[in-house]
Design a protein around this ligand. Structure first.
Ligand code: ZN
Length: 399
């Protein structure tokens, strides 16, 4: 296992840390808001109160100018250099639904799709079939046997599922069969190595099973990825971590870092609050809490929805602030500016409350105040050492 300075110095104690991630939190100046960002326009008394007594800064998710996906952006927040630890979408999808991957497994995402009678893709999502329908179709594909591997098919949500091939000598050097656009045929899997042969045979058998059904009469495969060995957050930093996230991708990436991915019932902020308390009761000393709607609103370009998503989190915040947390950090994984309707490279505000800290001039949690904050600008992978240090979990370096 890789052991850097932080791993060498990490030490256990009774302090507990909350890392709350508002997905896509960062934004840019928006004309309709008089140059404010959604975070600046939102009414957020709870986060402002923490900002006034805490330390602010901004993080650079990967590197200057680099726009990250949510997977690598979260790995950065968890202290894993996202350039060194590259993880494919197939692995994230499988982990996200709680599938227990073994090292060497080859995983890919499935989209049920609609083909016309000439084999042309007319709908890449098969009309977004219901999750119940997806479960039924997955049940049919689960019977497929392919020589040389064990095959697992698991439902995700609506038209999405994933497939895992378990066996020796697999490779993830396989391109997506999803053409990415309607009006094209699925991309054929060419080549003669084992994994390509396995995938071709799986697709041929899936075609036979789904042929004649409607609207889901075929599958597209994307994001082939091998599950490679990954040091856990426990091994690296001595943390017993729990992930309180509702969406599969985030549950997956947290699982990859060795966090216990806990159930939330109901699947909303109040269910997440209950899950946080339970995770603390169960002895976890690091909780990752994820709030998705701000990112979705940013991708839709919906400024008011992004403001509402941030305010909704702020109202729920007291229910997460258990007195057992010594250190609370609130940040985003990346920016999703509404005017861009995309992720971006812009820095992301970070708020750390608790532990010995240097106050700045902050009175509110906002991009402008965070940029001028006491912690300055740093890379996302520095957040974990800062949280460990704030919680007294990093020993002194040298005599
Ligand atoms: Zn994200």
């Amino acid at each position: 296992m890789y052991r850097g300075l932080v791993e060498e110095l990490a030490q256990k104690n009774d302090s507990r840390i909350l890392l709350a991630v508002i997905d896509g939190l960062g934004d840019i100046s928006i004309e309709e808001l008089g140059g404010k960002t959604p975070l600046e326009a939102a009414v957020t008394p709870e986060m402002d109160r923490l900002a006034a007594g805490g330390a602010l800064g901004v993080h650079i998710p990967v590197a200057r100018g680099i726009t990250p996906g949510s997977g690598p952006a979260h790995l950065g927040l968890f202290g894993y250099d996202p350039v060194l630890y590259q993880v494919g979408r197939g692995v994230l999808a499988a982990l996200g639904v709680g599938f227990e991957l073994k090292y060497g497994d080859l995983a890919a995402r499935i989209n049920f799709c609609t083909l016309d009678d000439k084999g042309i893709v007319t709908d890449r999502r098969a009309g977004r079939i219901t999750t119940e329908k997806c479960v039924e179709l997955v049940g049919m594909l689960a019977d497929i046997r392919v020589e040389g591997v064990e095959t697992f098919v698991v439902p995700v949500k609506q038209h999405r599922a994933c497939v895992v091939f378990r066996g020796d000598d697999q490779s993830d050097d396989i391109q997506d069969t999803d053409p990415g656009l309607v009006g094209h045929r699925p991309v054929p899997v060419e080549g003669s190595d084992k994994s390509r042969r396995v995938v071709r045979e799986f697709l041929r058998k899936a075609e036979e099973i789904l042929k004649g059904l409607h609207p889901a009469n075929f599958i597209l495969l994307r994001g082939f990825a091998l599950h490679k060995e990954f040091p856990s957050i426990e091994e690296r930093f001595g943390l017993t971590a729990a992930a309180v996230a509702l969406y599969p991708m985030y549950r997956g990436v947290a699982g990859l870092a060795g966090m216990n991915v806990v159930k939330c019932d109901p699947e909303n902020l109040s269910g997440q609050a209950k899950a946080v308390k339970k995770a603390l009761d169960d002895g976890h000393d690091f909780i990752f809490l994820h709030h998705k709607p701000a990112d979705s609103a940013g991708e839709d370009g919906n400024i008011q929805a992004k403001i509402r998503a941030i305010e909704e989190f702020d109202r729920a915040l007291p229910s997460f602030l258990d007195s057992r947390f010594a250190v609370v950090c609130i940040t985003g994984d990346h920016s999703t500016p509404c005017p861009m309707k995309l992720h971006s490279w812009h820095s992301v505000p970070v708020l750390i409350h608790g532990g010995p800290r240097r106050w700045g001039y902050s009175s509110a949690f906002s991009e402008k105040q965070a940029i001028c904050g006491a912690m300055g600008t740093f890379r996302a992978i520095d957040i974990m050492p800062l949280l460990l240090a704030s919680a007294g979990k990093l020993a002194k370096f040298g005599a």
